[in-house]
Write a protein that binds this ligand. Structure first.
Ligand SMILES: NCCCC[C@H](N)C(=O)NCC(=O)O
Length: 457
């Protein structure tokens, strides 16, 4: 008697890498918009007479944190995770892309000359509120898209090169961030307005949406091949899944590590260009270039560390080392030493290594702690916790800069001293180190396999 072994579409390496490239492209366009305003912080906060838009650092901090408003206050990330587990990656991904495009267009409109100037609401400019609302809608789409893309990759790569694939996806996302940091000030300077890079990003996102629609065709075929190979559909989401996830200590350690580590990186990027201008004397048009090194470095290193994790394991150790490097980096930025652009560049490279180590080990570790059927919910909850930091930290830093870091030079110009904000970022790193050690210990106790290789021999 002969038995036919049916292959799933994901067993074809060409098919799974194509799927990975398509969804990562969509995510990359999203990351471009996320940081498109980061190198323009100085332009936004300069006075109108100096050619800026006259926002205060506090307003800039609120706007930067707006990315997470809806995710946190309307629990949109949690609902997004439930929608993902219930409705699947096709519906959720398309919905998320639509939200990103809509939000990006609103944000671009708010900072364009079309938006009426001069209004105030609750002590802040209406322009900031409108741009923030656009960013909040965009952020809701971006985060839901993020968990969807993670689930897509886990779906195609479990039992194959999972960490490498997740690492490459993150690398492509970083390319979006790097492009935003590098090109955004140049587009704004060349075309004469802050709204142009945002409109450009919205256009790129429309192409990202089309790409995702192409992926949907592949996903349908994968589902058919899975049903044929396994003979049964995967069990759907149940509310008890949330309980299962939140009662797991390993899950909480990863979620809190994610909160603390990313609080020291993404919010830092929002202020990094200003740090370059005021501490390291970099020209404002080139102020995004040194921070752009960070994502560029991670483009090579995240897949490299991911592949290392796939082959030899040591995931928990990679997270400990990455968190320690984060502390070192922020301390070096805080200390009053070597205020030279080349030193900032070296420190940024170090941050790039840290920012490759932790994500390349953290994201592929989640499926080792939480089963695939609850993965959408687990990623959503982790992103939810992380978004608390993405919202509060820029607001805190903006306020600290307004209150303690701003001073007037003898010539009447305003300048900033970034020492206090950098110590705050270092503090997040210290807590991240403690959490990474606790995760490593928990792994030893529970045997999650975080120190083991991902590829099954
Ligand atoms: N500036 C983009 C914020 C994306 C946050 C997202 N929740 C996330 O953590 N993605 C994984 C990553 O390492 O970028």
């Amino acid at each position: 008697m002969t038995e036919t072994i049916k292959r799933k579409l994901s067993d074809s390496s060409a098919a799974r890498w194509t799927a990975m490239l398509i969804v990562s492209f969509t995510m990359m366009c999203g990351y471009f918009i996320t940081d498109v305003m980061s190198p323009l912080g100085d332009m936004l906060t300069r006075s109108v007479v100096d050619g800026g838009m006259g926002w205060t650092p506090t307003e800039y901090g609120w706007f930067s944190g707006a990315y997470s408003w809806l995710n946190i206050f309307l629990l949109m990330l949690l609902f997004g995770g439930i929608i993902l587990d219930k409705m699947g990656v096709r519906f959720t991904g398309v919905m998320a892309c639509g939200l990103m495009v809509g939000g990006a267009l609103l944000k671009a409109y708010a900072v364009s000359p079309l938006f009426p100037e001069g209004g105030m609401l609750f002590g802040f400019k209406t322009q900031m509120w409108m741009a923030g609302l656009g960013f909040a809608i965009f952020g809701m789409g971006a985060e839901i898209c993020g968990i969807t893309v993670s689930k897509v990759i886990v779906k195609w790569f479990t039992g194959h090169e999972l960490a490498l694939a997740l690492g490459l996806q993150v690398a492509m996302a970083r390319l979006g961030t790097a492009a935003a940091l590098f090109f955004s000030p140049r587009i704004a300077a060349a075309w004469g307005g802050i709204s142009y890079p945002v409109f450009f990003g919205a256009l790129a996102l429309c192409i990202g949406l089309l790409a995702y629609l192409v992926y949907c065709v592949m996903d349908r075929r994968l589902d058919k091949s899975i049903a044929a190979a396994q003979g049964e559909e995967e069990e759907g989401f149940k509310l008890s899944d949330i309980k299962f996830v939140v009662t797991n200590k390993g899950f909480w350690l990863i979620a809190l590590l994610c909160l603390m580590f990313y609080a020291g990186v993404f919010p830092f990027l929002k202020f990094a260009a200003q740090l370059m201008i005021y501490k390291y004397g970099v020209d404002p048009v080139m102020a995004g270039d040194i921070p752009a090194i960070l994502p560029f470095g991670t483009i090579l290193l995240t897949p490299l560390f991911g592949s290392l994790y796939d082959r030899i394991g040591k995931g928990a150790t990679l997270m400990v080392v990455g968190a320690m490097m984060l502390v070192a980096v922020h301390v070096l930025f805080a200390l009053p030493i070597l205020n030279e652009w080349w030193f900032a560049l070296i420190v940024m490279v170090l941050l790039g290594i840290a920012f490759s180590l932790v994500p390349s080990a953290m994201w592929p570790s989640v499926p080792k702690i939480i089963p695939q059927k609850q993965l959408g919910t687990a990623y959503a909850l982790i992103f939810y916790v992380q978004n608390i930091g993405l919202m509060c930290v820029p607001m805190l830093i903006g306020w600290v800069i307004d209150r303690y870091a701003k001073f007037t030079l003898p010539d009447g110009n305003v300048s900033y001293d970034f020492t206090a904000p950098m110590w705050i970022f270092a503090l997040f790193g210290i807590v991240a180190v403690a959490l990474a050690f606790m995760l490593k210990a928990e792994d030893r106790r529970k045997g999650y396999g975080l120190e083991e290789a991902n590829i099954r021999k």
